[in-house]
Write a protein that binds this ligand. Structure first.
Ligand code: NAD
Length: 505
């Protein structure tokens, strides 16, 4: 274990609007990836901790679910302002535990706040439907009602934004929430919980239980958890979907990605390279919407793109996320940095050309941090592991295609289908791409097409298990149950039993 000058802080569960004072039997180390030092020890929840958290949420549901939607929204309005006020402090916590640069950390808070803003308009989304006189003196009404206690399980790469994809919509719809953040950067969820309490959220409506597989399994099995929102890697997403579904819960489980960017011969290469650098190496490639595969169409496009990327990579500024001018921070843990570095050997052994090797980048004065420079492979082919598997680091693979049709087929044949982009000056090519590509989120001259909060976010194929995308209208559908009532008030017309199927005629 690496040691720190000051003792690592304990990071505890947050239940019923207070930090849980039971001392955890097991804790896991939280690092500052820029220094390699242990800065925190997070509690690893047991089944009993999960049960206590879910029970607090179940009790709170009785009152919260019948609180008028505009009163619930009012609390979210206040929460929105508090998060905005605290953005610098929250971003510093993200950078300290995740490693991403401060501007990027602030950006994820803004994207999360946009979901809060969407949730503030929830009364409009929950209005329901009404039909008068569906038969003589009979009316029909459809309602959207909350589910109960819902759980959110999030990955390390967006400790603010991904939880905020989930809980603002769930709470606004009248559910109570149990958040299980990543054990690698767990502090942000607790900070958000404190701000929700400051905004006036009643006890038990939003709770945080920390942990690993033990806590997740307890949530998936708990009788009082009605639905599970999961975001993480594909094997765990598939496991969560299967297990929670078998236990009768509603599940949305978002998984991994391998996002392709097609570069057509008519694309503006200056714009394309600028976009590609940010999309491939921003947040050290630890984004589910990162571009990890560039597909230049035609040899000329490929050669020009390669030369420009080499030049741009020579200028990429990698270092601690707190330093001015740094564009890319370290990876989240040493184990993850070593895994990413290992893929550079794998690709070379498979016959790809390692054009830029990020392991060669020196980091003087930061030897303890989990740093690696940006890497570029050329002549990657679809049979290679570095093409098929998600590396989740600053490694871009170039796969040369000879035609648009071949490039499109590559995207469509890949097992993941989260996001994709095309860079072109031709409207018809872009239109055909949008119509035919098998991915949930598509960018046309936009490298990271993350939908706005009032649309919904989600992939296709093995990037999403379940039927609902997150936030926006799909989020409202996920966190509510549809109920339709047919109503008649006693009057003189109802005088005899009817044995035929009612036809309302
Ligand atoms: P991960 O799958 O390792 O962990 C995600 C969550 O699952 C964490 O809370 C973790 O504690 C829990 N978990 C881990 N192992 C488990 C197990 N065996 N059983 C039960 N629960 C377990 O993912 P990560 O490394 O934290 O995050 C990176 C991954 O998330 C990447 O694959 C990335 O593509 C994906 N991601 C996807 C999206 C999306 O929208 N599709 C968004 C962000 C991240």
């Amino acid at each position: 274990m690496t040691t720190t000058a000051t003792a690592p802080a304990h990071i505890d569960h947050y239940i019923d609007c207070r930090l849980d004072d039971r001392d955890a039997q097991h804790r896991s180390e939280v690092y500052n990836p820029a220094t390699g030092q242990v800065t925190g020890l997070v509690a690893l929840g047991t089944a009993a901790d999960v049960d206590a958290t879910v029970r607090a949420a179940a009790e709170a549901f009785e009152t919260w679910s019948v609180t008028p939607p505009h009163i619930r929204a009012r609390i979210l309005f206040r929460f929105r302002d508090l998060v905005e006020r605290e953005t610098d402090r929250l971003a510093a916590i993200i950078t300290a535990e995740h490693g991403k640069v401060l501007d990027d950390a602030k950006g994820e808070i803004v994207r999360g706040l946009e979901v809060v803003e969407f949730a503030c308009g929830i009364p409009q989304q929950l209005k329901g439907e009404f039909s008068e006189n569906v038969a003589r003196a009979v009316d029909a009404v459809s309602l959207r009602q909350p589910l109960g206690v819902v759980a959110g399980i999030s990955p390390f790469n967006f400790p603010a934004m991904v939880p905020m994809w989930m809980f603002p919509v769930a709470l606004a719809c009248g559910n109570t929430f149990v958040m299980k953040p990543s054990e690698k950067d767990p502090t942000l969820s607790v900070e958000l919980a404190k701000l929700l309490a400051e905004a006036g959220l009643p006890k038990g409506v939003f709770n945080v239980v920390h942990g690993d597989k033990t806590a997740v399994d307890a949530l998936l099995a708990h009788d009082d958890v009605e639905a599970v929102s999961f975001v993480g890697s594909t094997p765990i997403a598939e496991y969560v979907h299967k297990t929670a579904s078998a236990n009768g819960k509603r599940v949305q489980a978002l998984g991994g990605a391998k996002n392709h960017m097609l570069v057509m011969p008519d694309a503006d290469l200056d714009q394309t390279v600028a976009a590609l650098m940010g999309a491939a190496y921003g947040s050290a490639g630890e984004r589910c919407m990162a571009i990890s595969v560039a597909v230049p169409v035609g040899e000329e496009t490929a050669n020009a793109l390669r030369e420009r990327l080499i030049a741009a990579l020579a200028d990429l500024k990698v270092g601690p996320g707190t330093e001015d001018g740094v564009e890319m921070g370290p990876l989240v843990t040493k184990a993850h940095r070593d895994k990413v570095a290992g893929y550079l050997d794998v690709g070379t052994e498979e016959g790809a050309e390692l054009v830029v090797d990020g392991r060669q980048t020196p980091f003087p004065g930061h030897e303890g941090g989990f740093f690696i420079g940006g890497s570029l492979f050329d002549h990657v082919t679809p049979d290679m592991r570095i093409y098929r598997e998600e590396i989740f680091g600053p490694v871009l693979a170039m796969v040369r295609a000879q035609s648009f049709t071949e490039a499109l087929k590559l995207v469509n044949d890949h097992e993941f289908g989260n996001g994709t982009a095309i860079f072109t000056a031709d409207g018809n090519t872009a239109r055909t791409f949008l119509a035919k590509v098998k991915a949930g989120m598509v960018g046309v001259n936009v490298p990271i097409p993350v939908p706005m909060a009032f649309h919904s976010f989600g992939g296709w194929k093995r990037s999403l298990f379940g039927d609902h995308h997150v936030h926006g209208p799909e989020g409202v559908r996920f966190y509510t149950r549809y109920k339709t009532a047919t109503t008649r008030w006693p009057n003189d017309s109802q005088v005899r039993a009817e044995f035929a199927m009612p036809t309302h005629s």
